[in-house]
Design a protein around this ligand. Sequence first.
Ligand SMILES: C[S@@+](CC[C@H](N)C(=O)[O-])C[C@H]1O[C@@H](n2cnc3c(N)ncnc32)[C@H](O)[C@@H]1O
Length: 277
Amino acid sequence: MKLQKPEIMPYTDHTDPDTIQKFNEVAEGYDQHFANRFDRAEENVLFDRYGHLLQRADVLDIGCGTGLVKRLSDRLLFRPRKYTGVDASSEMIIAASKKHKLGDLSIRTPSKSPYGSSGFAIDDMVEFMWAQPPASYDVVTSFYFPMNYCDQAPREVYEAVAHVLRPGGHFINVMATSRYAVRQSHILGAANLRRYFEPNDYYLNDIRGYFNTIAIVGFNYFIEKYRRWLNLCPQVVIEAMFRFDQRMGEKSGAKPYFYGIHLQKPPLDYEKTPLDM
Ligand SMILES: C[S@@+](CC[C@H](N)C(=O)[O-])C[C@H]1O[C@@H](n2cnc3c(N)ncnc32)[C@H](O)[C@@H]1O
């Protein structure tokens, strides 16, 4: 049965049409922006949970930017069988290809084997996914809000992700909430975000039918205001503080800056039980 969408429309829908151009402009200095221990700490926490899924998997990173997901996976010695990064910003992809010394996959190659080589492609992520053979990836990642920035409505993105994932495959997605707009450390102004994710019925309806929700984990509830002090601490302390913040935040009902959203395409012959979210 298809659920009705509730009335509320949490879309901000104020996209700057030049957002991708702006990403082109910041691409060169993009990695330096994260030359602190704080801004990607939640990514390490997410990798603790989900990094093993990348091991020997065919991975598609949508809105991959300069390939920082690949960088972390390399650093932690997770070895995907194939890694493909796609981003609409040509400068981001140029930076990613240079850094990782991987080939250019910019020409969509649906007729070729899905087990081709790793590489990066300049493309709109939804169009790229539809140009791929169905069920050709085990894991799709999307870190630091590509889905908040892109033109397509979330349901269109989920549909395309469901197309490329094999049954039982995982989608690990990081999306910003409306609270993110008050964060100080934006690379692009928060006004470039098209929409914010809230784990309410409106968004969960978009997911239903394509994926089972495995976990929706909030990050950065209270910790942001201590960033100046925490930046002086070793990485392990920051990550421990993030975990603590997450537990306290979930209990308190406060709104986090981000959510890590772990979805799974139902395996074949999957039978739903009341335990499913
Ligand atoms: C904040 S960056 C995150 C980059 C990277 N995932 C990371 O973790 O650093 C968001 C990225 O989404 C990309 N993006 C936005 N809309 C897109 C679309 N429709 N298709 C492909 N990439 C898109 C932008 O070009 C940008 O590189």
